[in-house]
Design a protein around this ligand. Structure first.
Ligand code: TRH
Length: 395
């Protein structure tokens, strides 16, 4: 059934908020044939993820989605509320939009618009019990339902395009026969083995210096692919370069480490990079999930939270991810994943050695790769976030 959907996204920090919302908006519009408006507050930042977006336009159709710029407080678009409104990450709906929903409720004694709060992704077990629970909002009298993405069938599921896995496999298959072209993207021209290909997307508080020192001394050559982002400064420092010298797409070499700085990639190109790398360092929410769909070994750095809540999330994910590594033969892989992940997120109390954690990980890499494939395949069999949302709203 075709419905009207509004998604509200406020960009707090970084690109995760808009990254998640943009994917979801496109999936609802193109895979489930829904009418979708995506309201976003910072068009210049959103442009990083939606490169064709024109920040000066109030609304524009892009890839089947009506992308609207949020202008508080009086936007005439808010007089027309949707069948379903998704408030991403508790970003708050505009007062005028809420007032229109209240008017509807007063006129028909029935809340026509389904109001969903899309929560952050977490593998914590309490999510199963809190998913899809309605909550009466005392001030407005409206009901809002908390929709939790997650890793189990009891949650709202994981965002995944219907054809993603097929696209990934076709891309990887095509590389086997392809002759390198000068116009090809980075993921197509990366060297085939002989070196370890690693992608790096992290927060600046990760032990980047220690990682670079370790990589440079690695017995296997390492090609490190680094899309342009805030953590380039520690890399410049390591290479003794002037500030910002790394911002140019360029290659730097130190001993056995080759650093390839890339421009900020499109989401599709970034996917292809993850598919091609042997190990992906990822962060936040969306790149984490895309690394899972790459089915390649990954080290996830959660977004820092003051009360160390991010470490609880990391622990929950590691338990879920490593549950597939639990046979006695896989114990080394299990421990190696946990050791490197905790070291990367500064979660170990005593000074942890990145070098030790890395070497342990590399030794277990073949097992980690096998188990990560099993893990990713298992998750891909579950209904996706988009399909769960549509089913929930059609009930
Ligand atoms: O940018 P992030 O750190 O976003 C974070 C998280 O979402 C976090 O949960 C949230 O609380 C915080 O923001 C405010 O990391 P994330 O989630 O991986 O989003 C990055 C997006 O950028 C993702 O959609 C992938 C995309 N991307 C590209 O398109 N090209 C690139 O080159 C890179 C490196 C990323």
């Amino acid at each position: 059934m075709t419905k009207h959907w509004d998604i509200f996204c406020r960009i707090v920090d970084n690109y995760g908020d808009i990254g998640v919302c943009w994917r979801l908006a496109k999936q609802l519009a193109n895979e489930y044939h829904q009418n979708v408006r995506l309201f976003v507050d910072l068009p210049e930042t959103a442009q990083k993820i939606i490169p064709v977006l024109i920040p000066q336009l109030n609304q524009q159709m892009i890839d089947g989605v009506n992308v609207c710029i949020l202008h508080y407080p009086d936007n005439p678009l808010f007089d027309d509320v949707a069948d379903v409104v998704i408030e991403a990450f508790t970003c708050g709906l505009p007062t005028q939009y809420i007032a229109t929903m209240q008017l509807q409720l007063a006129q028909s004694a029935h809340q026509h618009t389904k109001w969903l709060n899309l929560e952050y992704l977490s593998a914590e077990i309490w999510v199963d019990d809190f998913h899809a629970k309605p909550s009466l909002q005392p001030i407005t009298g409206l009901t809002k339902t908390y929709f939790f993405p997650g890793f189990t069938q009891a949650t709202g599921g994981l965002s995944r395009e219907k054809s993603l896995i097929v696209q990934r496999d076709c891309f990887l298959e095509s590389l086997k026969t392809k002759i390198s072209q000068t116009t090809a993207s980075i993921a197509e021209v990366m060297p085939k083995q002989a070196a370890l290909n690693v992608s790096l997307f992290c927060y600046p508080n990760a032990p980047i210096q220690s990682a670079l020192q370790t990589f440079a001394k690695s017995p296997i050559p390492i090609n490190l692919y680094v899309p342009e982002s805030v953590f380039l400064q520690p890399i410049s420092k390591y290479l003794l370069l002037e500030n910002n010298a790394l911002n140019k797409a360029n290659t730097f070499k130190k001993d056995n480490l080759t650093i390839q700085v890339l421009p900020f990639l499109s989401q599709d190109e970034y996917d292809r990079l993850l598919w091609r790398c042997d190990i992906n360092f990822v962060r936040g929410e969306d790149s984490w999930l895309r690394a899972i769909w790459s089915a390649n070994p990954m080290i996830w750095q959660p977004y820092f939270q003051d009360d160390a809540a991010h470490l609880v999330k990391l622990d929950a994910f590691l338990n879920h991810y490593c549950a597939t590594f639990n046979s006695p033969a896989k114990t080394a892989a299990n421990l190696a994943v946990k050791l490197l992940s905790l070291t990367w997120s500064n979660a170990l109390t005593k000074e942890a050695s990145f070098t030790h954690a890395w070497l342990t990980y590399i030794e277990a890499l073949p097992d980690i790769k096998n188990q990560t494939q099993v893990y990713s395949q298992k998750l891909a069999l579950q209904p996706s976030l988009g399909s769960n949302l549509v089913d929930f709203c059609n009930q």
